[in-house]
Design a protein around this ligand. Structure first.
Ligand SMILES: Nc1ncnc2c1ncn2[C@@H]1O[C@H](COP(=O)(O)OP(=O)(O)O)[C@@H](O)[C@H]1O
Ligand SMILES: [Mg+2]
Length: 414
C-alpha cells in the first residue's frame, strides 16, 4: 500500500569535503495508487492554517475523478475564487456536481455550512415541537454558529453522513482552519464533554422534574453563575440543555462513531505543511498524534516549495559568477548578473527548505513525503488544480529537474 514505508530510508554518506551529518531519505508517497485504490474510501487532509489543505483536497479529488472514481470533496473554507470555479457560489450544504470534461469518474464538491448541519441534527433527533424550541433558543443559535469546536465537530458529523449515504466511492475531507491542527481530532470529544459537562448538568438541574432538593451549595453556585452570565443567558442555556437532554446519548454516540470511522481501514490521513518551522512543528505533532491514536497516515505533503530550475550551479558559484559578469560591463551583463543572483537566492531558499524537510524526516523517518512546488500564482481553477494534482500524484522520479518528488534538492551522495 502507498503508505508502506519501503526500504528506501537510507543513511547517505556526507558529501566529500563537508562535515554534514548523513541525510535520511524520506520514503516516497504514492498518492496516485492511494486515490485509485477502490479500498480507499476516505482521505482527510489536515495541517495548520494556510498551508494548502483546501487546495490539496480539491486537487486530489479532481485527480481521483479523472482516475475514474466517484468523488465528493467536503471543503470547509475554500478561498472565494476556488469555490467559484468548483461551482460553490452559495452554501447549500449538499454536494454539487462539478463539470470535469473528459473525466472517467465524477467530481462533486460541497462547502460545509456548520449551522445548517447542526440544525439538521436537531431536526433529525427530536420531535418537531422540541426541534422548534431548540432552534429558536438564543443560546443554541450562538453555540451553533460560533462555539469554538462547532465547526470541527460539524465537519466530522457531515463526514459521517456522507459515508453513511454510500453514494461515494471516495470522500476527500478538508479540515477547518483551526488554531491547531489537533483541534479537528479533539472536536467530537470536546463537544460531547461540553454538552455533557458538569456545569451544564448543574445549570439544568432545577428544570428537571425529578430534581427537588437542590443543595444550598448549588443554589449559591447557580446564583453566582447567574450574576456573571446574566439571568437570561442562564435560562436560555437551561432550556436548551433540557430540550437537548434526549440527544445527549446521540451526540456522544455519533462522535464516537465518526471517530471510529477515521480509524477504519480505507481511511487515510494526509498531513499538509509548508516548508516553514511552525507548519512543520504542527505537522510533527499531528503525525505523533495520529500514530498514538492508531490512525493511518499516508504521509506528509510539503506544499509550496521552491526548487531551483537547475541544481548544477551552486549558490556560491552563481554569486561569484554574477560578480564577474557584472564587472565586464559588457552588453547584457547586468541582466545576466541579475539572473545569476536570482538563481543564487533560489538555491539558498531551497537549501533552507530542504534542511527543514530533512529535520522532519530525521524525526519521523517512516513518514513518506511528497513535495509540491509553489505555483506562480494562486491555485483557483481546474487547470491550476490539475497542475497541483500532477505534482501530488505524478511518478516520484519524473520531474523536469530530475530531483525526486520526495525532495526539494537532490540528496547529497558520497
Ligand atoms: N502549491 C501552491 N502554489 C501556489 N499557491 C498555493 C499552493 N497551494 C496553495 N496555494 C494558495 O495558498 C492559499 C492557501 O491555500 P488553502 O488551500 O486555502 O490553505 P488552507 O486550506 O490550508 O488554509 C490559497 O490562496 C491557495 O491558492
Ligand atoms: Mg482551508
Amino acid at each position: 500500500m502507498a503508505a508502506d514505508p519501503g526500504p528506501e530510508t537510507a543513511a547517505r554518506r556526507p558529501a566529500r569535503g563537508t562535515a554534514r551529518t548523513p541525510v535520511r531519505l524520506a520514503p516516497p508517497m504514492d498518492l496516485d495508487a492511494l486515490i485509485a485504490d477502490p479500498a480507499t474510501r476516505i482521505v482527510v487532509c489536515c495541517g495548520s492554517g494556510g498551508v494548502g489543505k483546501t487546495t490539496t483536497s480539491a486537487a486530489l479529488a479532481l485527480a481521483a475523478a479523472e482516475a475514474g472514481r466517484t468523488v465528493v470533496v467536503l471543503t470547509i473554507d475554500p478561498a472565494r475564487r476556488l469555490a467559484q470555479s468548483l461551482g460553490l457560489e452559495e452554501l447549500d450544504n449538499e454536494p454539487r456536481r462539478v463539470d470535469v470534461p473528459g473525466a472517467d469518474g465524477e467530481l462533486h464538491a460541497m462547502m460545509l455550512d456548520m449551522k445548517r448541519t447542526f440544525d439538521d441534527i436537531v431536526a433529525a433527533h427530536s420531535t418537531p415541537e422540541r426541534a422548534e424550541q431548540i432552534l429558536a433558543n438564543p443560546f443554541y443559535q450562538s453555540l451553533s454558529s460560533s462555539f469554538a469546536g462547532t465547526q470541527e465537530y460539524m465537519a466530522m458529523e457531515k463526514l459521517g453522513q456522507l459515508r453513511a449515504s454510500d453514494q461515494w466511492d471516495l470522500i476527500i475531507v478538508d479540515t477547518p482552519p483551526s488554531r491547531s491542527a489537533l483541534d479537528f481530532l479533539d472536536a467530537p470529544n470536546k463537544m460531547s464533554r461540553f454538552l455533557d459537562g458538569t456545569m451544564i448538568r448543574l445549570l439544568m438541574a432545577p428544570s428537571r422534574a425529578g430534581f427537588k432538593f437542590a443543595s444550598a451549595g448549588f443554589l449559591l453556585f447557580s446564583r453566582i453563575v447567574s450574576k456573571i452570565l446574566g439571568g437570561q443567558l442562564l435560562r436560555d442555556i437551561s432550556a436548551f440543555v433540557a430540550a437537548l437532554d434526549t440527544m445527549f446519548g446521540g451526540f456522544r454516540e455519533r462522535a464516537m462513531a465518526t471517530y471510529e470511522l477515521l480509524r477504519r481501514p480505507g481511511t487515510w490521513f494526509v498531513v499538509v505543511a509548508t516548508p516553514e518551522p511552525d507548519a512543520l512543528r504542527e505537522a510533527s505533532y499531528f503525525v505523533d498524534r495520529l500514530s498514538s491514536e492508531g490512525m493511518p497516515l499516508a504521509g506528509l505533503v510539503l506544499n509550496r516549495t521552491h526548487p531551483p530550475a537547475t541544481t548544477a550551479l551552486s549558490a556560491t558559484r552563481a554569486e561569484g559568477a554574477a560578480e564577474e559578469v557584472a564587472e565586464t560591463a559588457a552588453e547584457g551583463a547586468e541582466l545576466a548578473a541579475a539572473a545569476l543572483r536570482v538563481h543564487a537566492e533560489r538555491m539558498q531558499l531551497a537549501a533552507r527548505e530542504q534542511h527543514l524537510a530533512d529535520r522532519f524526516t530525521s524525526a519521523h523517518p517512516e513518514v513518506p513525503v511528497r513535495t509540491v512546488p509553489a505555483a506562480a500564482g494562486d491555485v483557483h481553477d481546474l487547470a491550476g488544480l490539475r497542475v497541483m494534482g500532477e505534482a501530488l500524484t505524478g511518478p516520484d522520479a519524473d520531474t523536469p529537474t530530475g530531483t525526486p518528488r520526495t525532495r526539494v534538492l537532490p540528496a547529497r551522495r558520497g
